[in-house]
Design a protein around this ligand. Structure first.
Ligand code: HEC
Length: 421
């Protein structure tokens, strides 16, 4: 039933009167990506949340992963690699339609993030956001890529005080998905060191647990091999084996893609640090982390994956589909449907974080990134953005943060206030 309704909406959208050439191109793209994502039944998902049913929640996220990583279109790219990058989503001009897309496109950067990258003294990592067609269109048709539109929504509401209503951007369609991915360079020849997160070996630091603090590293090569010497951040190590790139979801760079990446200060810093030179044709990018959020429920469904050399055991491997495709068997998964539930064994609010992306957050009074939760932080997303990296535990009181005072809630997406121009 839900499926039929979703397809109907797409069909109606496609018989709208023709507009500009670009709008026609967008509609052509829509026909290719209409089955991008068919949301699951909302009531069923709310029940999984209500009951704190982790088995069911994990099953759902493994299914979402299978959908978004399926080879798609003529290029055979994993579907999510055909989606729009942040620079495209928030650009003044519309992006190339889905039919014409290459894997390099989401890596395009704008000058402001390049500037941020050049000023940052954080350990470097190549991090991208990806917006599926439904998310991209919603942002652009509502002008949410413009600060002026967000400012207009910020005007104080005239509803009686205490009525509980708050300013918010228009609700996203349930088919919207947004991802955040993180990548590590691997040269065409030779070995690189890559940190691996072992929760028990890495107790929380007040200043955060970014990857330079992780106790263990593995070696990664284009082709698996025996013992190799690697170096990272001043440590040199002899490791007994080099793990082949095929154990990762990875992209091969051509000269153009490598040049595009090397325009970006963070990617340049990472390449120099890890392989000791700029990236060039034949090198690869290995996916180390992937965040997934879908608008299937009002507060969005949140999932996160990270690579591990022993990804077949432990709680984060639970529920892995038997027929899962090869590189994805090397990733573990965690899920958050709620800021609180199900509670941790000590009764505190649920913890869900990705070691590559959140462990680095410092403790600002409620614990650091290793006790964070996607929902707790993202429900605060608002324009203007207030403390976007502050770790909170559990649900925030409704009067604090998003949608209160003269701010406008941005539907759990922090990139809207941070990237709109
Ligand atoms: C303490 C705050 C915080 C926590 C916890 C957090 N995030 Fe984020 N997230 C952000 C901020 C800020 C951004 C935007 C800036 C950036 O990407 O660095 C973001 C960006 C994202 C994006 C890109 C889209 C967008 O507009 O927000 C996704 C997807 C995402 N996060 C998913 C997750 C998932 C999944 C988790 C939990 C495993 C999580 N986040 C935990 C703060 C947080």
């Amino acid at each position: 039933m839900a499926r039929a309704a979703a397809l109907l909406v797409v069909a109606v959208a496609m018989v709208l009167p023709t507009g500009s050439a670009h709008e026609r191109a967008l509609r052509a793209a829509a026909s290719l990506t209409a089955e991008d994502f068919v949301p699951a039944n909302e009531a069923a998902l709310e029940l999984l949340r209500e009951r704190g049913d982790l088995v069911g929640q994990r099953r759902h996220l493994w299914q979402v992963l299978a959908n978004i990583t399926e080879p798609s279109g003529r290029s055979g790219l994993a579907r999510f690699m055909t989606w729009f990058g942040a620079a495209e989503t928030f650009a003044e001009r519309p992006a190339a339609p889905a039919a014409l897309r290459t894997a390099a496109m989401p890596f395009a950067i704008d000058e402001r993030s390049a500037l941020r990258g050049s000023l940052s003294n954080q350990p470097p990592l190549i991090v991208l956001a990806h917006y599926n067609d439904a998310a991209y269109r919603h942002i652009r048709t509502n002008s949410l890529h413009r600060q002026s539109a967000l400012a207009a929504l910020q005007a104080p509401l005239t509803t009686p005080a205490g009525s509980g209503s708050a300013n918010a951007i228009p609700a996203f369609p349930r088919a919207a998905i947004v991802l955040k991915s993180a990548w590590w360079p691997v040269p065409a020849e030779g070995a690189v060191a890559m940190p691996v997160w072992d929760a028990l070996a890495n107790p929380a630091h007040r200043s955060g647990n970014d990857y330079p603090t992780w106790k263990r590293v593995v070696a990664v090569c284009n082709r698996a091999s025996g013992a190799v010497d690697v170096a990272l951040l001043g440590r040199t190590m002899r490791l007994q084996q080099c793990i082949g790139i095929e154990r990762f979801f990875n992209l091969v760079l051509d000269a153009e893609f490598a040049a595009l990446l090397m325009q970006e200060p963070t990617a340049r810093k990472l390449a120099n640090m890890v392989i000791g030179r700029p990236l060039r044709a034949g090198d690869r990018l290995a996916l180390v982390a992937l965040h997934v959020t879908t608008r299937e429920i009002a507060d969005w469904v949140w999932g996160t994956l990270w690579w591990h050399d022993r990804a077949d055991s432990g709680p984060h491997a639970a529920g892995r589909p038997v027929a899962q495709a090869a590189p994805w068997r090397s990733y573990v998964l965690d899920v958050a449907f709620d800021a609180d539930r199900p509670r941790e064994p000590d009764g505190s609010a649920r913890i869900v974080f990705n070691p590559w992306l959140e462990a680095r957050f410092a403790d600002s009074g409620h614990g650091g990134g290793t006790v964070s939760n996607c929902v707790s932080c993202h429900t605060r997303a608002a324009s203007p953005a207030l403390d976007p990296f502050r770790v909170t535990r559990g649900a925030e009181p409704p009067t604090v943060g998003a949608g209160s005072g003269s701010s406008v809630s941005t539907s759990s997406l922090w990139s809207i206030p941070l990237q709109a121009r």
